[in-house]
Unconditional design. Structure first.
Length: 332
């Protein structure tokens, strides 16, 4: 599945390059087609990779593998826009697309060169694909250890998506800061995220769920703090400092919570259905992103920025309190 996904990504990049060089189609149309097409294959590769990590790296190294992935992604968020802008400016989009296609060949060759017999092979499932997905839904919503972390990550993904759409909108449109200043702020936040991913790399905790809950409580109070900062001051300098501090803290939390939650699910999943469970788990989490984005975009049209962030904090802490009470009742 991973090889199929990366092959699809490479072919999509090649098709994008050919369309740019040999057709007169509008660039916007080509770009939309390319992004949609590539997104399907990227998802195939990612889900295959996530479902195979336990067999590839072993139970003790799950946090490390996920932390490396998270840290690399955070680093690319900083480097990629600047590098792409530089190459586009000097070489144009056609040569840039050709370079992107050649770059996709690297992971393709790496997968082909891997000796998978060296790794622990998961047990072959005797369950059909349909029953595997059915069992994954049941496991997700009926096995308490999986359900708990799922609801916590659902809360996190929903409100983090809302913040990520409000952050550039408020700074660029509402406070009208210079794009260069925005880029510097984003880079600072990205650097903090890289450092945040170091912590899970050296962590192998049997109390991951407690750490995730604690991180989410801090997550909720962080929004309350940001809302309070924006309410108490009208200074643009103080506002920018507030977004740097709060944005860095949120990125730090994200870099910690993602590897821990991923490793937690992998350890407690039924191995025969781990592929289907990973697909169901991350698909449902991803569905919260457009919903969280839509809600945040709607709220900011009718309420002030500080009120929206305070509302975020109140909702997060309330939902965590409800989940904690539910867990205590289940224990009784």
């Amino acid at each position: 599945m991973a090889l199929l996904g990366i092959t699809g990504i490479a072919l999509s990049a090649l098709l994008f390059t050919l369309l740019l060089y040999f057709t007169a189609l509008p660039f916007t149309l080509i770009a939309i087609f390319h992004l949609g097409n590539t997104g399907i294959f990227i998802r195939m590769f990612n889900l295959s990779f996530l479902a195979s990590n336990l067999a590839l790296v072993g139970e003790k190294n799950l946090e490390k593998a996920s932390a490396v992935e998270q840290g690399t992604f955070s680093l690319l968020v900083i480097v990629q826009p600047a590098l792409a802008a530089f190459l586009w400016n000097f070489y144009g989009i056609k040569l840039l697309s050709l370079f992107a296609f050649l770059l996709t060949l690297l992971p393709f060759l790496l997968i082909l060169s891997m000796n998978f017999s060296r790794f622990v092979q998961p047990k072959k499932s005797t369950v059909s694909a349909t029953n595997s997905f059915s069992n994954s839904f049941k496991l997700l919503f009926h096995q308490t250890v999986i359900t708990n972390v799922f609801w916590l990550m659902l809360i996190f993904s929903f409100f983090m998506a809302g913040y990520q759409v409000l952050y550039p909108f408020l700074l660029l449109e509402h406070y009208q800061i210079h794009p260069l200043t925005f880029g510097i702020i984003t880079s600072i936040i990205g650097i903090v995220a890289v450092f945040g991913s170091i912590l899970p790399f050296f962590t192998h905790s049997r109390h991951s769920l407690k750490l995730i809950k604690s991180a989410l409580i801090i997550f909720g109070f962080t929004f309350l703090l940001l809302g309070s900062f924006l309410f108490l001051s009208s200074s643009i300098t103080f506002t920018l400092i507030s977004f740097i501090i709060i944005g860095s803290l949120l990125s730090f939390i994200n870099s910690i919570i993602e590897p821990l939650s991923y490793a937690y699910v992998q350890r407690h999943a039924v191995q025969e259905t781990i592929g289907a469970l990973t697909t169901v788990y991350y698909t449902l989490l991803e569905l919260t992103i457009p919903i969280g984005t839509l809600l945040a975009s709607t709220l900011i049209l009718y309420f002030t920025d500080y009120f929206v962030f305070i509302l975020f904090g109140v909702f997060i802490l309330t939902l965590i309190l409800i989940l904690n009470r539910k867990d205590k009742n289940n224990e009784k």
